[in-house]
Design a protein around this ligand. Sequence first.
Ligand code: SF4
Length: 362
Amino acid sequence: MKYLDEYRDPQIAHALAAQVARNATKPWVLMEVCGGQTHTLMRYGIGDLLPKGIELVHGPGCPVCVTPLELIDQALNIAAMPDVIFTSYGDMLRVPGSHLDLFQARANGADVRIVYSPMDALKLARENPGRKVVFFGVGFETTAPANAMAVYQAAREGLANFSMLASHVLVPPAMRLILESPSNRVQGFIGPGHVCTIMGFGEYQKLAEEFHVPIVVGGFEPVDLLEAISMLVSQLEEGRAEVENQYSRSVDFAGNPGAQKVMRDVFTVADRKWRGIGEIPQSGLRIRDEYAAFDAERVFKLAPLHVQEPAECISALVLQGQKKPIECPAFGKRCTPLTPLGAPMVSAEGACAAWYQYKRYA
Ligand code: SF4
């Protein structure tokens, strides 16, 4: 297959779904790790094509959703400072902090701007030498190299008015947390295709062996996902627990060594708090001391914040595959894309947003 249409071909999709139905002799619970995969599954109604016993649950792979509430509040504090231009991708602007979001901060007079790349923020820093330009660097391993490159480039140019508020998290520790939970239901993972484009799939073998869980790295089109589901069901039915690569047009064992190098040069692995879930050991990236002059947390000397998550939001359970968005009492009532209580309702990769947009049960 060479063209996008083939990855959306209904005949191929139905044939793969039929293959799953032939192979599945018992119920299986499968998790797609990435929020992008969640949206494809919901948009194309892939769950409806599968036999009833195959249950799809959603994973933690939505970076906006897992950015801690404290960090959103810190972003709001920085954005409110004089002489600051605060920059971010668009979907971070709608994520609720404790009292407001970055859009509201902008309406209140803060200079908050949407950018499409960290390099846009660097450009703003060059053009505004009298202002402090801060980029909100959020994401998994997928976006970490580009963000690392922005810090590296700022250091090379001596751009002293650029800094990054970094909130980078790593996928394997989150999968480990899910597998170690006594209430885990996940029996197989559709692995994160974009993350593995950078990191390769080699690092998932330890998880597959240790927890005897099959992992199939999957792409983002309907045929990709159905093929990954079919490969997972085959493994489960045969009692295998291996890492397989459905997304071979983008992913290989080792990933992108150049991207990994710039990540390692600028970031170091650290404990990280995940929104709703809490701290996961060694699950994030923080800016190395050598680049402290570009780390907004240190530049602005931010004191630690302790804030309460909205009690109604069950996003931690949604992100670990233990509940569906529809099981949240607030879904579609007190929590909608216009009145979000939690990040999964506003993020472009959020599971609650996907259910609201494509299922419209409420
Ligand atoms: S529907 Fe809203 S309140 Fe419920 S889990 Fe999703 S984001 Fe949280």
